[in-house]
Design a protein around this ligand. Sequence first.
Ligand SMILES: *[C@@H]1O[C@H](CO)[C@@H](O)[C@H](O)[C@H]1NC(C)=O
Ligand SMILES: *[C@@H]1O[C@H](CO)[C@@H](O)[C@H](O)[C@H]1NC(C)=O
Ligand SMILES: *[C@@H]1O[C@H](CO)[C@@H](O)[C@H](O)[C@H]1NC(C)=O
Ligand SMILES: *[C@@H]1O[C@H](CO)[C@@H](O)[C@H](O)[C@H]1NC(C)=O
Length: 346
Amino acid sequence: MLPRRVRNLATMVKRRAFWTASVLLGLAFISFLYVIGPPVLRSLSGLQGFDLFYVGMTPKPTQQPLHPCARANITLVSAFFDIGDHRKGGVTRHISEYLPFSQSLAFIKTPLVFYTDSEVFADHVTKLRSRLDPKLTHVIRVKRDSLWPFNLRAPIGQLYAQPGYPKHAPNTVVPDYSCAQHAKYACILDLILKRHDIIKTEVYAWLDFGYFRDLKDKQHYCMVLPQNFTEEKVSFNQVYLPNFKQAPKTIFYSNHVWVGGGMFLATRDTMVKFCIEYQRATEYLLFARNLSSTDQQTLYASFTEEGRRDINFDVELQVDPGSHGWFKLGFSCLHRMGNGTFPNLR
Ligand SMILES: *[C@@H]1O[C@H](CO)[C@@H](O)[C@H](O)[C@H]1NC(C)=O
Ligand SMILES: *[C@@H]1O[C@H](CO)[C@@H](O)[C@H](O)[C@H]1NC(C)=O
Ligand SMILES: *[C@@H]1O[C@H](CO)[C@@H](O)[C@H](O)[C@H]1NC(C)=O
Ligand SMILES: *[C@@H]1O[C@H](CO)[C@@H](O)[C@H](O)[C@H]1NC(C)=O
């Protein structure tokens, strides 16, 4: 016979072991139910739901709402064409100065298709996005002359050389600069119509290469639809309130702006129509009216009373009331990831 104290101790050890084992078994059972079991059993059974194992659990995987980023289903399109140094806002910009403007593209987890004729920029964007899923980045090397705007370089150059044509550098001074602005619409059209095997989404957004230069917080973002997005219209940012009574010539000669060209978005079909209309408007203004500058003047002039009569764009623009600076639309589409709220959804 063991002394009673030793027997008591043995009982206590046994009890502890029993409770410890019970707790461990319990934990194992719970983790099987909630974590390991469902996927294993689902894959074994081939069933999608497996209700028994989701007792008390919400939501079931099949009912999980799509992540807002997937639901927005947007492709960003951007481009950079190496047209050499040019004057902007009174200073001469070297192309390498544009590189740092794009750092935030490394943090935007929305698919990006980037068109360029520059090896430096192609490599830059590839490196910038190298930490993201490779499916999210497509760099397309193009020859400038394969895009319609660069074929207008000579007539635009002749117009800018005419005495009396206003000098708003670079808009009405550097023909290639005007062509590069028009090229936005050519690149988007090229992607949607000719390269849909690369990517196909419901919505396409143009984004200037340096648009998010002020986004410096190094958080991950994606793009979602802005609040007043409409399927039949192209959303733009209203930078200045318009005066549609002005003549197109005044808008070009005085360098007026209504909507910003830095970012705009539309559904696929609307965007196709819009880009085709844009080319028609550009060529009409250049050849029939001797007017050329950037897309900002082209769009403003097209929607004046005179422009509606003579050009009659087949697609309307969507702008929010009020004037919004240059970047409001784009920033309103940024959705910070890993944050449980779902803002800006339709
Ligand atoms: C996104 O749009 C494409 C083309 O319309 C479609 O095939 C795809 O299923 C959509 N994806 C989502 C997550 O809705
Ligand atoms: C445009 O410029 C050309 C060449 O200078 C000129 O012949 C033509 O009359 C101009 N057209 C208009 C509408 O100003
Ligand atoms: C959306 O449009 C409505 C009606 O024009 C306007 O009142 C509202 O301010 C717009 N939303 C934003 C975010 O501007
Ligand atoms: C999500 O982000 C918004 C805007 O940045 C912020 O106001 C909100 O508190 C965030 N919510 C969570 C759950 O972090």
